[in-house]
Ligand binder design. Structure first.
Ligand code: GAR
Length: 214
């Protein structure tokens, strides 16, 4: 029997993407070895415990600086020897050494159609800009914040009655479908990062990655 790809998931909060990854892992090709939070009270930790998944807290407020925190986080992750590290609502910036250590095996999900709206408050920014569509991107993490090569995107329409909360909800629905899909591509050895570009089945992906919406 083929072994499941061991992954570690990093969270900071609610963990609804983590939940989607847990749910899909039951009939997929990856296994969540541990969930690590930088916030001790992140609800996602409860989700993991409920499913018997190991949990760890590496509380950023207990470290002198980012370098020290990154190193503690790295040591904690590496205890589990994952093939892939998945950022799922992990809200800390990670330093260059950390990112290099996991180069090509560190994924992030971001609630915008990158390269639009890196950083925070993406839903409000899309509304304020008068955009007619918005969405989610999954990308490899590189040293540039939210700037690594995009693997896949899914879109939603912005309707006149939408506000940041309603839009976030619609985008989250797409996130929950997209992230497990991309993780399973990686687990099947179909996904790679080479020369700062994403490849699926040895084919270079276009700048916006694969568009999964109809
Ligand atoms: C998600 O929308 C995710 O895309 C976003 O935080 C939310 C976490 O929700 N991530 C970022 O903004 C990273 N820059 P969750 O905790 O319910 O998965």
């Amino acid at each position: 029997m083929k072994t499941h790809c061991p992954i570690v998931v990093l969270i900071s909060g609610n963990g609804s993407n983590l939940q989607a990854l847990i749910d899909h892992s039951l009939h997929s090709n990856y296994k969540i070895s541990a969930v690590i939070s930088n916030r001790p009270n992140a609800f996602g930790l409860e989700r993991a415990k409920r499913d018997g998944i190991a949990t760890e807290v590496v509380d950023h407020s207990q470290y002198q600086d980012r370098k020290e925190f990154d190193l503690a986080l790295q040591n904690c992750i590496d205890k589990y020897q994952p093939r892939l590290v998945v950022l799922a609502g992990f809200m800390r910036l990670l330093g260059a050494d950390f990112v290099r250590h996991y180069s090509g095996r560190l994924l992030n999900i971001h609630p915008s159609l990158l390269p639009k709206y890196p950083g925070m408050h993406t839903h409000q920014r899309a509304i304020d800009a008068g955009d007619s569509e918005h969405g989610v991107s999954v990308h490899f993490v590189t040293e540039e914040m939210d700037g690594g090569p995009v693997i896949a995107q899914d879109k939603v329409s912005i309707l006149p009655e939408d506000n940041a909360a309603s839009l976030a909800e619609k985008v989250l629905e797409k996130e929950h479908l997209l992230y497990p899909k991309v993780v399973s591509w990686f687990a099947a050895d179909r996904l790679q990062m080479r020369d700062n570009q994403a490849l699926l089945d040895d084919e270079l992906l276009p700048a916006g990655g694969i568009q999964v919406h109809p």
